[in-house]
Write a protein that binds this ligand. Structure first.
Ligand code: IPM
Ligand code: MN
Length: 363
């Protein structure tokens, strides 16, 4: 568990309370160890991602990370930035596929900046490549007069993240939209050729389309329901997933899972929100749904579904944290929202032991 900075500790606490409540009702058991990351780690250990934290993460089954960064560390540069710590742990864990799902229920549609009629029923998943591209490409340089970064992908890197996208699509609405800038970039041409070839050889049953990033950004705002799975490279995925996050009205709802290595990394899409840190105002939903994605990836689909249903039921009520609050609703704190989600989740969970009962087999 890496609580990190700002609202991180507050929202991760709600995930832990929820997991503990689930453990009390099932045969699941969770063992947590906390470690330093981000600004908190810079202050205490002089490194945004200390070796000790990395080793602990690598020896765990999963990592829950809340958020890193804040104004206090904004003037730091290079490897000392909290964000560098984040990039480092992604790279070290080898989590090359970042899953960012967005769905909009009728009860949330009115919080969207788009017309409710256009957003009800949105159910999309961005699969963002996470350990390559311009975030990591060498060489990089800045001599004060000229600066450059390198966007670089190999066929192998493109294939492995594409497989994740196609696999996920098969369990959803069976449609992948690959997003690139193949009309301009060499890297994107390799990206598109590779996705096409992989599709033809391994996933011909999945519907595949291609879109340029500029058009995709526009399509996401004017006709978001057309998307099922969006497959894209690191920087495009960073931008596009923030756009997708606004569709449901709040960044405070969006979870993510970064997978592909032995140990998965589960973190909300939102940041550390220093302006509201420590005030009990943050929405714990994104962190809680990230824990649900963790349960899913660990093979606990039943518990994961209970959490998702719990969140949906809680959202169906009239309590809202500040990010989603408006006239007619009750404004609740981080821990009140956490408690509501917990209560609803337990309602959706089967009682202790049930999971263990043998399936009824035919005579
Ligand atoms: C995200 C964030 C990070 C990214 C930053 C904080 C390094 O924006 O997870 O989307 O760009 O990947
Ligand atoms: Mn981002």
């Amino acid at each position: 568990m890496l609580p990190g900075d700002g609202i991180g500790p507050e929202v991760i606490a709600e995930s832990v309370k929820l997991l503990d409540a689930i453990a009390a009702q099932t045969d699941l058991e969770f063992n947590y160890t906390e470690a330093l990351a981000g600004g908190a780690a810079i202050d205490k250990a002089g490194d945004p991602m200390p070796q000790k934290t990395l080793e602990l993460c690598k020896s765990s089954d999963a990592v829950l990370l809340a958020a890193v960064g804040g104004p206090k560390w904004d003037d730091l540069t290079g490897a000392m930035r909290p964000e560098s710590g984040l990039l480092k742990i992604r790279k070290e864990l080898g989590v090359f596929a970042n899953l960012r799902p967005v769905s909009v229920s009728p009860s949330l549609a009115e919080s969207s900046p788009l017309r409710p009629s256009e957003v009800i029923g949105i159910d999309l998943l961005t699969v963002r490549e996470l350990t390559g591209g311009i975030y990591f490409g060498q060489p990089v340089g800045n001599d004060g007069n000229e600066a450059f970064n390198t966007m670089r992908y190999s066929v192998g890197e493109i294939e492995r993240v594409s497989r994740v996208a196609f696999d996920k699509a098969r369990k959803r609405r069976n449609k992948v939209t690959s997003v690139d800038k193949a009309n301009v970039l060499e890297v994107s041409r390799l990206w598109r050729d590779t996705v096409k070839r992989l599709h033809a050889t391994e996933f011909p049953d999945v519907e595949l389309g291609h879109m340029y990033i500029d058009n995709a950004a526009m399509q996401m705002v004017i006709r978001p329901r057309q998307f099922d799975v969006i497959l894209t490279e690191n920087l495009f995925g960073d931008i596009l997933s923030d756009v997708s996050a606004t569709l449901g009205g709040s960044l405070g709802l969006l979870p993510s899972a970064s997978i592909g290595g032995r140990v998965g990394l589960f973190e909300p899409v939102h940041g550390s929100a220093p302006d509201i840190a420590g005030q009990g105002k943050a929405n714990p939903t994104a962190m809680i749904l990230s824990a649900a994605m963790m349960l899913e990836e660990l093979g606990e689909a039943h518990a994961a579904a209970a959490v998702r249903h719990g969140v949906a039921s809680a959202m169906g009520g009239n309590s809202r944290t500040g990010d989603l609050w408006h006239e007619g609703y009750r404004r609740v704190s981080t821990s009140e929202m956490g408690a509501l989600i917990r209560e609803e989740t337990l309602n959706h969970l089967h009682p202790k032991g049930l999971k263990q009962e043998p399936a009824i087999t035919g005579v």
